[in-house]
Design a binder for this molecule. Sequence first.
Ligand code: MLT
Length: 246
Amino acid sequence: MRLRVARIPEELDWPRRGTAVVIDVLRATTVITRALQAGAAEVFVCGEIEDALDLASRLEPRPLLAGERNCEPIAGFDLGNSPREYESAMVAGKSLVMTTTNGTRAVLAADGFPRILAASFNNLAAVCRHLEGQTEVSIICAGTDGAPTEEDTLLAGAILAALPSGEGRPVSPGPGTPEREAWDLFFGHLSSGLTLAERFKQTRGGRNLVAAGYDDDLQECARVDSTTTIGVIDPDGPMRFRHITP
Ligand code: MLT
């Protein structure tokens, strides 16, 4: 298996083959996973608020509008970007149209890959199982405001550490590569003695959420393997995640 990591979407400068795994741990890809786990029928992603409003106005029945700007719910939208909002009573059977500051833009940056998955710590093992046996995997981290952020790179490292490169051998990233950085970050975390939620507090994305009063979301986003749900965008269709359970 060939595995590559873009710490931000701008680092993606290789051919779009195989599967793209998009990561915005805090919180977009965690929320997409949670929404589908709670029974949402589909989650469309848009880059801009205007695009989301336009798409929503063309869908029948009317979808739920979801997302954030500066970590806060968007005026007039039905849902913000806290995983705790995505209960079955609210989203089951519904279509969602979502726009977030960094996460949905990272998904759009993966357009052109034959398959796009949304990964989070919540569905880490399920995503890794799904990737086993694939030949090319590109991990695309959202980052925060154009810069890499450690909670995303940490999950990239966890995926790298879990996947064999082939013939049962572990992946062994070369020095000075984004893959090595992700690998080192993950193994550094394992030996740190910190919980994942504590580690998130030290990251760019985590600090933003704590400053906005969303500390409890760090715990939600740190629930490793709490679901087997994976959101997948299929080729040649709209930029819309639907649920698969591997
Ligand atoms: C993003 O897309 O930038 C994040 O999901 C930010 C957030 O959750 O507030």
